[in-house]
Design a protein around this ligand. Structure first.
Ligand SMILES: [Zn+2]
Length: 329
């Protein structure tokens, strides 16, 4: 009975938004694809990297109302990796070629798209950014000394799935937008937030018109309804806004006021943009070959998706004043 009630409540929440029927199966499709063998753990400047950005752009361009930015949805980027990285490339029969990569310049991509508000609704041409990193770690040596695929189903195929599905939502609700919404999937987060840093320094739409950045990193492993929201202190009005958000599923919220924790919102915070990051909590499979599709909690993803969409709505459907605050002071 409890389960039935939960199902009914969940259904009401879901259907209160346009386009959400089938959300679970779309999340499943995105994560299963992005975390597959073929995508090789989404390491920058590999075949898996190219397949990943093709998949993301392929999804976005099929959504009516979404406009691809950059070069057909891609921002080609050159980033400098400062670390020595060890790459293992499968050569069949369970054998691998090992390459030690010295600090080097990498060619990779961010994906960038937008849903625009009308000029009448958005006379100042303001925008918000919704982002998530798509890269992960690829083949790695585990504690037992075996080389296995670190797929990043939670980290961060789950966040990419959010970006694609928010693009679908915002396109469906385009008539309500009072600000443009820009959707970015970043490369090279795992080697130092290089993709988001590149975008923040080379934006495809003016950064001084971006009133907020909302990041999703690891949204797929909800436990006991727990979520973490970071960066509230980066914006003067944020505590008041977030404290009045509807929470129909009674998620257990942990607030981290300072914009800390290494993920892409910090690249925007560093440029004076109010920036927030949502995630489910850290787990023991983090950065291991156990971060797999089978462990994704899709019901939890939907609950977080709906909760965070209320926050996005407050930034995108109203011309809410959002004032940057340096949270270190
Ligand atoms: Zn991550």
């Amino acid at each position: 009975m409890k389960k039935l009630l939960t199902t009914i409540l969940l259904t009401i929440t879901i259907t209160s938004y346009a386009q959400q029927s089938g959300l679970k199966s779309r999340f499943e499709k995105h994560i299963t694809t992005l975390a597959s063998d073929e995508f090789g753990g989404r390491v920058p400047q590999t075949k898996g990297d190219t397949l990943t950005v093709e998949y993301i752009v392929g999804q976005l361009k099929n959504i009516e109302g979404v406009e691809l930015m950059g070069n057909n949805g891609l921002q080609e980027i050159t980033v400098k990796s400062e670390r020595i990285r060890t790459l293992y490339t499968p050569k069949g029969n369970g054998k691998f070629t090992k390459t030690n990569m010295l600090p080097a310049t990498l060619q990779t991509f961010n994906t960038v798209a937008r849903v625009k508000a009308t000029k009448e609704n958005n006379p100042k041409g303001e925008s918000i950014i919704i982002g998530a990193h798509y890269d992960h770690m690829g083949y790695q040596k585990n504690k037992r000394g075996d080389i296995t695929l670190v797929r990043g189903a939670d980290d961060n195929a789950s966040g990419v799935a959010f970006v694609i599905e928010y693009a679908r939502e915002m396109a469906a609700l385009k008539h309500l937008l009072k600000r443009d919404v820009i959707f970015i999937c970043f490369s090279a987060e795992e080697i130092g937030m290089l993709g988001s840093n590149y975008y923040a320094n080379n934006p495809l739409a003016p950064l001084d018109k971006v009133v907020a950045m909302i990041n999703f990193d690891m949204t797929g492993r909800m436990m006991r309804k727990g979520i973490t929201i970071r960066g509230l202190a980066s914006c003067k009005e944020a505590p008041a806004i977030f404290s009045t958000l509807a929470n129909p599923n009674q998620l257990d919220l942990i607030w981290e006021f300072r914009a800390k924790g290494p993920t892409d919102y910090k690249s925007f915070y560093a440029k004076g943009v109010p920036a927030f990051s949502f995630s489910t909590r850290i787990h023991k499979d983090y950065h291991t070959d156990r971060d797999v599709v089978d462990k994704i909690n899709y019901e939890g993803m939907i609950m977080l998706f709906n909760y965070a969409q209320n926050a996005i709505g407050r930034f995108a459907f109203e011309q809410t004043t959002l004032t940057f605050n340096n949270s270190e002071h």
